[in-house]
Design a protein around this ligand. Structure first.
Ligand SMILES: *[C@@H]1O[C@H](CO)[C@@H](O)[C@H](O)[C@H]1NC(C)=O
Ligand SMILES: *[C@@H]1O[C@H](CO)[C@@H](O)[C@H](O)[C@H]1NC(C)=O
Ligand SMILES: *[C@@H]1O[C@H](CO)[C@@H](O)[C@H](O)[C@H]1NC(C)=O
Ligand SMILES: *[C@@H]1O[C@H](CO)[C@@H](O)[C@H](O)[C@H]1NC(C)=O
Length: 415
């Protein structure tokens, strides 16, 4: 220090000093004005995903927009499972309006739902349905009864709920076991719509689409939309949803808090869903309680404190809300896996990008930065991807990071 002060003190002709300052000025201004440049570089260089948009911001508004390849923030994209969180937000609005509570029993809304103690279904509540612990089971992450198939639009939402009640496998005592499938949310939507005496489509309009002015958002399936996976939207619209959620714009914070609880604490995980927990984290209401490295047994205290929630979809969409820092960000993409075997390749590619990018988002937003556990430059992409494969037990499916990248179809799903 003393040494550099001494050298500063040595006489420099005034003209030279001014010239130096003027030469440095544009650089100084640039670095101050463009705190997003490191992130932009990483997104541009992130070769596993060629077509994508990315946005980030806080409750006050969006602060960053990025587009690459064919995907614009205005491109309509199929959300797959990233449909779930927005539906839960709309249903939470119905709760906030007092039409029912998270602890309302299904039999209190549907006259045909058993209220007999001897039928475990009598104990199903809206909270169980929204946290996927109601007892409905399916051997994979989907769920099939005829009203969720090709003829879905011929059903009313309530008739579909009744068909699920009658035909879907019901395997667990409500509240005891987490099982990820499409049944719970379809019933929850019908339940909230019936309680509010409106249709499911009207519920989505009134509690989400209209208040947030989402002009490019819809759920396919006519009067009986597939709630768990049939959302079509744009990054522009999803950005508004994330911003409203982090800002508690649609309902009070007490309701958001219910939606962000850890519903897997002390709860068993069904054999069909163990892998999802291992890969993605615990579950809140239609959003994952994110945890890296995700582990079934050790959902760590630091994950709990970070309080980050996301709703990853099969095609790599990765919307996220960081409650502890009051920020949100999203990776907007619709990348298809090349085969059944590489089903999770788009999700893993987005998870690696999330790990690479969030530090730089936090820094540019001026919130406290995420701890850097390792190098978060683009050259860490191989290590990060391999780490994800190892930690989630996927090394039999993907022998290397390159196998993940080869498992991605590089065409955008345009609809
Ligand atoms: C759908 O409904 C039509 C007639 O309404 C029927 O012929 C067809 O078999 C149904 N398809 C499925 C998959 O249930
Ligand atoms: C949707 O809204 C956005 C922003 O509010 C606007 O820029 C865009 O033009 C609108 N699109 C349509 C189709 O109205
Ligand atoms: C998985 O769990 C379901 C529901 O409890 C059960 O019916 C099925 O036999 C189990 N499958 C395996 C392979 O353990
Ligand atoms: C990748 O991991 C290895 C082994 O842990 C480490 O030595 C190397 O520095 C890492 N490379 C990058 C780019 O992070």
């Amino acid at each position: 220090m003393a040494c550099s002060l001494a050298s500063f003190a040595s006489p420099v002709p005034l003209g030279t000093a001014l010239a130096m300052i003027f030469r440095l000025l544009p650089l100084l201004l640039l670095s101050a004005a463009d705190e997003w440049e490191p992130l932009r570089g990483i997104l541009q260089l992130y070769f596993p995903i060629r077509d994508m948009a990315f946005t980030a911001g806080t409750a006050q508004g969006r602060r960053f927009t990025f587009e690459k390849g064919k995907t614009k923030t205005s491109s309509p994209l199929p959300m797959a499972s990233s449909s779930k969180f927005p539906v839960a937000i709309a249903i939470a609005g119905v709760v906030s309006d007092g039409h029912l509570s998270f602890d309302t029993f299904a039999h209190e809304v549907f006259p045909w739902w058993s209220s007999s103690n001897s039928d475990s279904r009598s104990r199903v509540t809206l909270r169980h349905l929204l946290s996927f612990t109601s007892g409905f089971y399916w051997p994979d992450a989907s769920g099939f009864v005829p009203c969720l198939g090709a003829n879905a639009s011929q059903y009313s939402p309530e008739a579909c709920a009744k068909e699920i009640y009658q035909q879907a496998p019901f395997e667990f005592e409500p509240g005891s076991t987490w099982s990820y499938n499409s049944f719970h949310l379809q019933v929850a939507g019908a339940m909230a719509a019936s309680a509010a005496k409106i249709s499911t489509q009207e519920l989505l309009q009134r509690y989400l689409i209209k208040p947030l002015r989402l002009n490019s958002t819809q759920w396919l399936g006519g009067e009986n939309p597939g709630l768990a996976g049939n959302m079509m939207t744009t990054a522009d619209d999803y950005d508004r949803i994330l911003r409203a959620f982090v800002g508690n714009e649609l309902f009070p914070e007490a309701i958001s808090t219910e939606m962000e609880r850890d519903y897997l604490d002390g709860v068993k995980v069904s054999n069909a869903s163990t892998f999802l927990v291992t890969l993605l984290g615990h579950y809140s209401m239609c959003n994952y309680f994110e945890c890296f490295p995700p582990k079934l047994q050790s959902f760590t205290e630091s994950c709990r404190k970070r309080n980050i929630h996301m709703d990853a979809g099969l095609f790599g969409y990765y919307p996220m809300v960081d409650r502890s820092k009051g920020m949100y960000m999203q990776i907007a993409t619709a990348t298809m896996p090349t085969s059944q075997k590489t089903f999770y390749a788009p999700t893993i590619a987005s998870m690696a990008l999330r790990l690479l990018s969030k530090f730089w988002v936090d820094r540019a937003l001026g919130v406290q930065e995420e701890e850097m556990e390792e190098n978060r430059g683009i050259d860490a992409v191989w290590n990060l991807t391999e780490g994800l494969l190892q930690k989630s037990g996927l090394t039999n499916t993907f022998s290397s990071a390159a196998a993940v990248w080869a498992g991605l179809k590089q065409e955008e799903l345009m609809v």
